[in-house]
Design a protein around this ligand. Structure first.
Ligand SMILES: [Zn+2]
Ligand SMILES: [Zn+2]
Length: 82
């Protein structure tokens, strides 16, 4: 998934900030591309849902243009089986 605009409203701290992109971060099941809020340092996995990180679906509630419906269903379909 490619995100063109990383200026987002963070669902954890409710601040508009430019998120940092972190290419490769490990969880117990594999690795992810994540974005991090520089204000509250919360991490959101953007390649698929992961219980180790916050969900982009939370961000999507505040930033409706972040994902289209296809990207959203792809994101949810690839989440970990747990
Ligand atoms: Zn935040
Ligand atoms: Zn994971």
């Amino acid at each position: 998934m490619k995100i063109d605009n990383l200026l987002l409203k963070c669902s954890s701290c409710n601040v508009n900030v430019i998120f940092d992109l972190i290419d490769d971060i490990e969880c117990d099941w594999g690795s992810h591309v994540v974005i991090q809020c520089p204000n509250c340092e919360d991490l959101f996995s953007i390649d698929n849902q992961c219980p180790a990180f916050s969900s982009m679906i939370e961000l999507l509630k505040l930033n409706p243009d972040l994902l289209n419906s296809i990207e959203k269903s792809n994101y949810l379909s690839k989440s970990h089986p747990c």
